[in-house]
Design a binder for this molecule. Structure first.
Ligand code: SF4
Ligand code: SF4
Length: 349
């Protein structure tokens, strides 16, 4: 079985305790943070295990590579403190079962785009940006063969990820890809951060979707016309697992002439969409989620954003309607990039 290596000594000598002191959902001072993270590491109960919003951000805040959120998710499971009600966990567990039937394996021997569990978003994969790129997981009936399973971190079910992920990696590897471009950055986080933390072998090169888009835009540079829009970016929780790739958001905006508005909740300080909080077991979760969403959208409005750019389909589903209701147009990053090369995405005015 794959085990997380968590170094308690690093926490003992850590000067910041940033994993918890920077948390946007838990008020905690440095000394308490040190005590609580050490309690969690020893397998003891802590209020952090009950109050965690599962926003993944502490994975980024810990710059020592100690994986505090993976630890939290592990202990929520072993101590029986699930973040969401058990019937919801059971339903989610049944939804994501991979390996029902067999996927058709076509050997690609080149780069592939993996849609993961988002095959319904295939209509986004159009135009010059994706020309010549093979795509896997395009079939809704078979998409769970390619679903990275990291979603179960929100449910406190690490054991399920460890059980299923190696087989999914094996399925992808059978396509013989030279590179796997991950449509969702949760998949990218799974094949890089999570697999590294648990010692799971990944026999292909994962590529972040934004890195792919940026490099493709560079190839199409002559076609780019500045979009001239004021944009806010909705950073997804899963992007906290690959903070080194977050830089591509700014690079893409600069390249396509999108003006990133000055916000409080941006980059390291970003607020998640709060979709995971809505369904949590903790008392007052719906109110907690609604307050975060309001703060987030008010911040976009105050900064003068005209459009809100999304990466994660789940964030789009949670916040898209709300931002639109506040006069800010929601758009997927790839559609914004298509606009810049004079293509008109569906639904764009
Ligand atoms: S998990 Fe990281 S940030 Fe948190 S106390 Fe330990 S070393 Fe410091
Ligand atoms: S996952 Fe988010 S809410 Fe939970 S402890 Fe880490 S930073 Fe705080």
């Amino acid at each position: 079985m794959y085990e997380l290596v968590f170094d308690k000594d690093l926490c003992l000598h850590c000067s910041t305790q940033a994993c918890l002191t920077r948390c946007q959902y838990i008020e905690i001072d440095k000394e308490t943070a040190r005590k609580e993270i050490l309690k969690i590491a020893r397998g003891e109960d802590s209020f952090v295990l009950h109050d965690c919003a599962t926003c993944y951000a502490c994975e980024e805040y810990c710059t020592s590579g100690n994986h505090p959120f993976y630890l939290i998710a592990e202990k929520q499971e072993s101590l029986g403190i699930p973040p969401v009600p058990r019937p919801l966990i059971q339903r989610a567990v049944n939804i994501g079962v991979p390996f029902r039937g067999r996927p058709e394996i076509n050997e690609v021997n080149g780069p592939v785009l993996n849609m993961g569990a988002f095959s319904e978003y295939m209509p986004l994969i159009q135009g010059r940006l994706f020309e010549g790129l093979a795509v896997i997981s395009t079939d809704e009936r078979k998409m769970f063969h390619y679903f990275c399973q990291l979603m179960y971190l929100h449910y406190g079910r690490s054991s399920l990820i460890k059980e299923r992920l190696p087989g999914i990696i094996e399925t992808i590897a059978k396509h013989r890809p030279t590179e796997v471009v991950c449509f969702h950055d949760e998949c990218y986080g799974a094949y890089t951060s999570y697999c590294e933390a648990y010692g799971i072998d990944v026999p292909f090169k994962p590529v972040h979707f934004y890195e792919y888009l940026y490099n493709r835009l560079l190839e199409l540079k002559d076609m780019i016309r500045p979009v001239g829009l004021k944009v806010a970016y909705q950073r997804p929780c899963s992007s906290r697992l690959s903070p080194d790739k977050h830089v591509f958001v700014r690079r893409i905006f600069d390249l396509i002439g999108a003006e990133s508005v000055k916000r409080e909740f941006v980059d390291g300080n970003a607020l998640c969409c709060a979709g995971a909080i809505e369904g949590q077991r903790r008392e007052g979760s719906r109110k907690r989620a609604a307050e975060q969403q309001k703060r987030n959208i008010e911040d976009m409005k105050k900064a003068g954003a005209e459009i809100c750019v999304f990466n994660c389909p789940a964030c789009f589903q949670t916040l898209g309607g709300m931002v639109a209701g506040n006069g800010i147009k929601p758009i997927h990053m790839s559609d914004l990039c298509r606009l810049a090369i004079n293509e008109t995405p569906a639904g764009w005015r």
